[in-house]
Design a protein around this ligand. Structure first.
Ligand code: TRP
Length: 455
């Protein structure tokens, strides 16, 4: 029996605590805010199909790789990679994956907190009955007025970042388990209520066929890349967030089963959000390709026109803000643990530094919706550039390096031991998929983007 390390930052109380925390990280704005508008911008069904394929063939195997690397090293991603390289005599350069992961988490957090701030603001709008009996135009105007006011956005961004910093400073494990145990199912129920509303709009089948009838003429090469990037973003993989959560995972917990449960829960929430939103889009003659405002321009129509809508609306945005919060925590955890381990900072100082810098960078995102909206590179605003760079470039790149590390660099013995899949075939399938299928699938996407294969 091999000896196993222990994490200096503690351990989850059980496999379920890990599954809940990782689901808390995965389910967030990516599912309810981003997935629907990405699907809307990229033509619907074909995007959704590519997305689902990416989750199954690329996402789940990479998630397993991240968790096993994390559990094997039991430290911050950077130090985990360094330790494993030392132990197995490989180049220390592999720790670069950890460095780039910390940077990516930080970049994502900067804008994630801004958007999460929007959901906080909407708690009060929905609760005060602002949306009662409004139609699409009025709801749209409320949103566009809101995002054109930098001061208000800054206030909500500051509140959200502050809340995130408080939890991370106290240590990730306390409270997270309870929050996720009760809030996730509640969010799920509210999504079902919204789907119920969508069923009565008279446009339910239009919504479903938009989402599930693939029309490949509507998806561009960039759409395929966006679907892959979205899979990374939504599952929280490619930067070490799941790796750090894996480092707190008890030794006897099954990595395979946990990863599949997390991915299924994450995908289900995204699909439900789409099923709730698109019938409302079509019933109100709205544009499915309206980018970042989609969820804020559609769901309030539902809340404004259903019985008890002010209450359900308020509850929905509270739960969405919670979901964003449990995701944001995982974005800075790798950097915070690294500062604690390697620079000997105490946890609170590490959190204050990381949070303050991400807050500052977030101001760029705020301005890109108002003061700087005319400054674009290649038609992309500051926010668009950050989002594209992180989701479509850096996360997949991190993912491919993590994959190479897990199946070509780490010894077969240690990965086999961590995964401890009881059927011999299970392990071989995982290794085969990560060695050959995942890289080929990712390469295929790259070729498509480069225009080398048919668009
Ligand atoms: N997955 C989260 C969402 O869907 C966002 C997120 C949290 C994330 N941690 C991450 C994305 C790490 C990429 C990497 O909202």
């Amino acid at each position: 029996m091999a000896t196993h390390r222990e994490s200096m930052h503690g351990q989850w109380s059980s496999r379920w605590a890990f599954i809940l925390a990782a689901t808390g990280s995965a389910v967030g704005l990516g599912n309810i805010w981003k997935f629907p508008y990405m699907a809307g911008e990229n033509g619907g069904g074909a995007f959704v199909l590519v997305y689902l394929l990416c989750v199954a063939l690329i996402g789940i195997p990479i998630m397993m790789a991240e968790v096993l690397i994390g559990r094997h090293g039991r430290r911050s991603p950077t130090n985990t990679l360094m330790e494993i390289c030392k132990e197995q005599h490989h180049s220390q350069w592999w720790q670069l994956i950890g460095w780039s992961g910390m940077l990516v988490g930080f970049l994502i957090l900067s804008y994630y907190s801004v958007i999460a701030g929007w959901t906080l603001a909407y708690v009060f709008r929905a609760g005060s009955g602002t949306f009662t009996a409004l139609g699409g135009d009025a709801v749209g105007k409320i949103f566009s007025d809101f995002i054109s006011d930098p001061e208000r956005l800054l206030a909500w961004h500051t509140i959200f970042m502050g809340l995130t910093m408080v939890v991370v400073a106290r240590g990730v494990k306390s409270g997270l388990e309870t929050a996720v145990t009760y809030l996730m199912p509640a969010l799920f129920v509210l999504l079902l209520i919204l789907v119920g509303y969508a069923m009565n709009t008279g446009y339910f089948t239009e919504g479903l066929s938009f989402l599930f009838k693939p029309d490949f003429s509507k998806i561009s090469a960039n759409g395929v890349l966006a679907a892959m990037g979205q899979a990374f973003f939504s599952l929280s993989i490619g930067m070490g967030a799941i790796m750090i959560y894996g480092s707190y995972l008890p030794q006897d917990a099954s990595i395979t089963r946990s990863s599949i449960i997390i991915a299924l829960a994450d995908t289900l929430v995204a699909i439900l959000a789409g099923v709730a939103i698109f019938p409302i889009v079509f019933a109100n003659g709205l544009d499915p390709a309206q980018s970042v405002g989609l969820v804020f321009n559609t769901l309030p129509i539902a809340f404004g026109n259903m019985p008890g809508g002010a209450f359900f609306g308020m509850l929905f945005f509270i739960l969405l803000a919670f979901a964003a919060w449990t995701s944001a925590i995982s974005l800075i955890e790798p950097m915070v643990t690294w500062l604690v381990e390697s620079l000997g900072m105490n946890r609170v100082t590490a959190v204050v530094w990381t949070g303050a810098c991400a807050w500052l960078l977030g101001i760029g995102t705020i301005f890109s919706f108002n003061l700087w909206s005319d400054y674009t590179i290649n038609k992309m605003s500051f926010f668009d550039v950050l989002d594209y760079l992180t989701s479509n470039v850096l996360l997949p790149l991190g993912g491919i390096l993590i994959t190479i590390f897990a199946v070509w660099i780490m010894s077969e013995k240690s990965t086999r031991e961590e995964l401890s899949i009881s059927h011999e075939q299970g392990y071989s399938i995982w290794r085969f998929v990560l060695r050959y299928i995942t890289p080929v699938a990712m390469f295929f996407v790259l070729l498509k983007v480069a225009g080398i294969i048919g668009s």
